[in-house]
Design a binder for this molecule. Structure first.
Ligand SMILES: *Cc1c(COP(=O)(O)O)cnc(C)c1O
Length: 437
């Protein structure tokens, strides 16, 4: 069995390999292939890192020609041409058209390091240690970011107490009847509530790992006001929901808010190369020279593909309109499945091309993901009980592959519930139906 070295040598910490136990050898666009040339439609996209698909030809060309020209690959935070061009491009095509005025901090290339930097900065600016984070939030697994992550699976691995964070209920946490902004306002106003005055609030506009819960734009707008009225900085962690995933470059654009600090990573380089960025309002830039660093904060190859990504996809509204359109296809197909298979007790959540199908029965969701993989779709589960099937197709996926992947999921549902497909007469055979080689 070709996975034996993984079982023998790799730590028990390994995760995704257990859900998708094949040896992947090739990837292009929205598809992966294994060693036996079986094709898979990728509805995982590196947990939101491959918004532009695998090996996009233009990004591949840019990376290869940069390497061939002996361009600087590793540069710490020295000035390099690749970094200069990235900053000019990001400023002129992403920030300026949105009238956004921010300074950029290049952190170590993981999302968690950007979150660490954001939290440190907010605490330094306000001179306070407490930070508000939300139920089901996920912000990374290193010390400071882990303290803002809700899931006990991650928290219990820390081995130390995780402090200086107060968890508050996310939008809709108590159902429609409880307004969680009012709830927070009450606690923050009452000097005897026991909540230490926070330096900042950190929030995902759509919770990725936490179960594809989308905060309403109105809630986000009111959260911004809450931050202002209680002198707290607003940090939007846009590591997963950003870079186009929900239908605009930044996930909060529809809410018309102006966060004090923004974190970006995952799909920022566009090619799956590690890169992370903290955006801060200029007046917040109180960093002392070198006070936060990271050996790989100058991954110039990532700067090259990030620049190319912005030029290719973000010069006009075409791309984001296509994301919104495909997001609607996904939403209506999932809603259709929820309606057609009431046995599953499903509900649909999310925004843009970040969508989830939740069931009250986590085991059912687990089995659907496993059957979908048998059928040729790589798709993961998320949420506190892994009760949400999380659909994160590459944003560039062609319509036919998207529809095919969704049909395979529907067939998986019908198969698991042991009923006939209620949209098509014949259930297609599940074995590797996604295969296009
Ligand atoms: C993935 C993720 C992180 C952590 O990024 P890593 O690169 O895994 O450290 C932080 N915040 C959000 C919202 C994420 O989805």
């Amino acid at each position: 069995m070709s996975l034996s070295i993984f079982n023998k040598l790799e730590s028990e910490v390994r995760g995704y390999i257990r859900s998708f136990p094949v040896l992947f050898t090739k990837a292009k666009g929205a598809q992966l292939w294994d060693e036996n040339d079986n094709g898979y439609i990728d509805f995982l996209s590196g947990a939101g890192t491959l918004n532009y698909g695998h090996n996009h030809p233009d990004l591949q060309d840019a990376a290869l020609s940069y390497i061939k020209s002996d361009g600087v690959i590793h540069g710490l935070d020295m000035a390099t041409e690749a970094k200069k061009i990235f900053m000019e491009t990001f400023d002129s095509l992403v920030l300026q058209p949105r009238s956004m005025n921010y300074k950029l901090q290049f952190t170590g290339p993981t999302g968690t390091n950007a979150v660490e930097a954001a939290l440190k900065l907010a605490r330094q600016v306000k001179g306070r240690s407490n930070v508000i984070s939300f139920t089901n939030g996920f912000h990374g697994v290193s010390g400071g970011s882990l303290a803002t992550t809700g899931n006990s699976k991650f928290r219990e691995a820390a081995g130390v107490s995780l402090g200086n964070v107060t968890f508050m209920p996310y939008c809709g946490y108590f159902g429609d009847s409880v307004d969680t902004i009012d709830y927070m306002d009450t606690l923050l106003t009452d000097k005897s509530s026991g909540v230490d005055h926070p330096a900042a609030v950190i929030v995902e506009t759509v919770q990725g790992e936490g179960g594809v819960n989308a905060a309403s734009f109105e809630w986000l707008k009111r959260l911004e006001s809450l931050c202002k009225s209680h002198d707290m900085l607003l940090i939007v962690d846009d590591i997963q929901a950003g870079c186009g995933r929900t239908g605009s470059f930044f996930s909060f654009e529809g809410a018309n808010i102006s966060p004090d600090i923004i974190t970006l990573s995952k799909s920022l380089s566009g090619y799956g190369l590690p890169m992370a960025l903290v955006l801060m309002k200029p007046e917040l830039d109180v960093w002392r020279v070198g006070a936060h660093n990271g050996t790989f904060r100058g991954n110039n190859l990532a700067f090259v593909t990030a620049t190319e990504t912005i030029k290719k996809f973000w010069t006009d509204k075409c791309f984001q309109e296509s994301v919104k359109r495909k997001g609607t296809i996904i939403e209506s197909r999932l809603q259709n499945m929820a309606n057609l298979y009431p046995e599953g007790d499903f509900s649909v959540r999310g925004r843009g091309m970040m969508r989830g199908l939740r069931s009250t029965n986590p085991e059912l969701v687990h089995n659907i993901a496993a059957a979908a993989f048998e059928g040729g779709v790589v798709v993961e589960t998320s949420g506190s009980k892994d009760e949400v099937l999380k659909i994160l197709a590459p944003l560039v996926i062609p319509d036919d592959l998207l529809r095919k992947g969704l049909s395979i999921i529907e067939d998986a549902i019908a198969g698991i519930l042991n009923v006939q497909s209620r949209t098509r007469k014949n259930i297609r055979p599940l074995k590797r139906a996604g295969g296009v080689s």
